[in-house]
Design a protein around this ligand. Sequence first.
Ligand code: XMP
Length: 514
Amino acid sequence: MNREKILVIDFGGQYNQLVARRVRECNVYCEIYSYKTDLEQIREMKPKGIILTGGPNSCYEEGAAACKRELFELGIPVLGLCYGAQLMMHMLGGHVCKAPVREYGKIEVTVDQNSKLFESVSKKTICWMSHNDYIEAAAPGFEIIAHTPDCPVAAAQWVERQLYAIQFHPEVLHTTEGTKMLSNFVYEICGCVGDWRMDAFVENSIRSIRERVGGGRVLCALSGGVDSSVAAVMLAKAVGNQLTCVFVDHGLLRKNEGDEVEEVFGPNGSYKLNFIRVNAQERFYEKLKGVEEPEQKRKIIGEEFIRVFEEEAKKIGAVDFLVQGTIYPDVVESGLGGESAVIKSHHNVGGLPDYVNFKEIIEPLRDLFKDEVRKAGLELGIPKKLVYRQPFPGPGLGIRIVGEVTAAKVRMVQEADAIYREEIAKVGLDKSIGQYFAALTNMRSVGVMGDERTYDYAVVLRAVNTIDFMTAETAEIPFAVLARVMNRVINEVKGVNRVLYDLTSKPPGTIEFE
Ligand code: XMP
């Protein structure tokens, strides 16, 4: 499709997906490519603008990540951010070196010059800095448009050549007017019209899926998670009862989740699709008996899931299309997009499952970030409760029960988690915390209930804030809320006599316990 596009050229910095998301929030479509991408390929994509991201290198060092000099001569506006800004200056004849003072955190930047980039931005504005090197001298042709006490070139421009460089990170929300700056770049400098809108995306997707599928049969594995739900509804709207959804309840879902999925997608729900719920709880518990090692549990759950799905698919027979809920970060992190390739075993990109008899794959959300998937979900009329569901791992509670999984332990963690979520929602924190849940430790300890000695399990509460789930900070939950959860869990969940709060950030911890 021929929509206007901004390219984000990735030099391996940690905020790169954020850059693309911010641009898309300005209603301009944006894709991430590695700095190694061929110049010809970039030219052929006809981007309206290019953004060079931050990165971990020093641009003046041997072998540092770099682009071709010709990138700056394509006649396409280029905005360099942090490392991208330094690289632009270094390659075009400026001077970049180790900064005498390392800037990190929120710093006040003074805007010195009129610039389209800073239109409607305050003269003094708080920006997020994170750099060891700095631009000591801008390249010939550039004028300095902003500075800080320790950074003589916080921003520079070469208007005729449409080149812009900023040392700080406009994509990070700590840069209070960052979105305005990115919006200025895409609209005032690149001349975008802003045609990336979720209503149009949804409408176009439904139309093109309908054309592609024709009279074919479609199969979708529904997990109850946001991605597969949105993908399923999109398909249902496009092809109605040519779609069959198989929902495998592995008994490791949150409390009532299986029924909630059935309510929405099942025979009494509002979509005319063929819905098959497989209640495979016992099968999974049986397979997990005596297994303690986390990776082994993951493997067993994953394999058993495939077996169950395969059996159902066999009953259905050959289909023409298989739907997958792949989203854009999966594509980027699988090394197909940007530079910061982190391949996770649970990302199912590129590899086609061979256990279902199908001809083609449909990935209707492949271009979307998570927040866009949610917006698409709302456009499609999916209940808010489902659309705003927090991330939930494929192996489910199997990796939130430390040690062996049993039906009794699943019940404990489900109950405790439901209480925790209810209390968090009551104080409105559910909208701001990245991910939060209860897990069950394999620790049993002595307690006292009434006059009785107990010897029961400890539940641990977890809550983190995170931008990309690669790193995470522990969320600060008011003590009174934690105390209330503790009280309710101890009173209401049989088999639990202690509640702990996990303070560990990631790294060194992970978000999940296994
Ligand atoms: P960790 O625990 O690695 O979690 O810090 C990062 C994010 O990934 C999710 N996660 C998983 N998701 N299968 C999944 O589908 C898994 O095996 C898995 N392990 C972790 C986790 O919930 C968090 O959002």
